[in-house]
Design a protein around this ligand. Sequence first.
Ligand code: FPP
Length: 245
Amino acid sequence: MDLQSQIEDKKLPQHIAIIMDGNGRWAKKHGYLRAIGHKKGSKAVREIVEACAKINIPFLTLYAFSTENWNRPKLEVETLMKLLVSSLKKEIKTLQDNDIKLNAIGNLESLPKKAQKELLDVISKTKQNKRMTLTLALSYGAREEITKTIREISLKVKNNLISPLDIDERLVNEHLYTNNLPDVDLLIRTSGEQRISNFLLWQIAYAELSFTDTLWPDFTKKHLFEAILNYQNRERRFGKTSEQL
Ligand code: FPP
């Protein structure tokens, strides 16, 4: 039986988040410049986005650029931003054909104007789409997000709009970039690293973690389906005992 048909529709993760790592190492391994690794990585993005939509995953979030990635060589940052703009232009059709809504989280104002414009354009053109929400984390860092949340809530308290007693998990959620997304069920990281790297720290509180040695440009829907099948075989207890589930 092929992998896809083994996936149980009833136990699908509602929100998959992916740390797409290893573009640079893939390029090095094949004797290419890092930019070629990112380009090949963007092809993998397309395959995984389409595969998730086909099997009806409602939310997919991809770590495309972290707040720390600004520290990379200027040329590489420029390459990544150009790739973002060209991918958005090219893939709008894929998004429309698959009924996918684009969303973005992070400190978007820090992106180059051209990237902001293209991003907002595709977000607005796809806002009616219903099948899946694809969120790109761009200039995203979880600590920055949590700090921003604390600042906003503190201001509300200071201005007497709320009392400290009104601060609960729901209110915190409302101030995160991800306020319109459910918690992450499955977090995948490629390329053999086993860390979170400042990605969605609040939202992964109960996520199942899946690490693979495969480098991102080599990650295909077969690897995605394997991760989902593995997820479906785990027991998620959310602090309860097996018997209580
Ligand atoms: C990690 O590889 C990847 C990134 C920093 C960026 C992810 C970008 C893409 C997959 C391409 C474009 C994406 C979109 C949404 C258009 P790395 O460079 O850290 O690899 P290394 O750890 O092997 O050096």
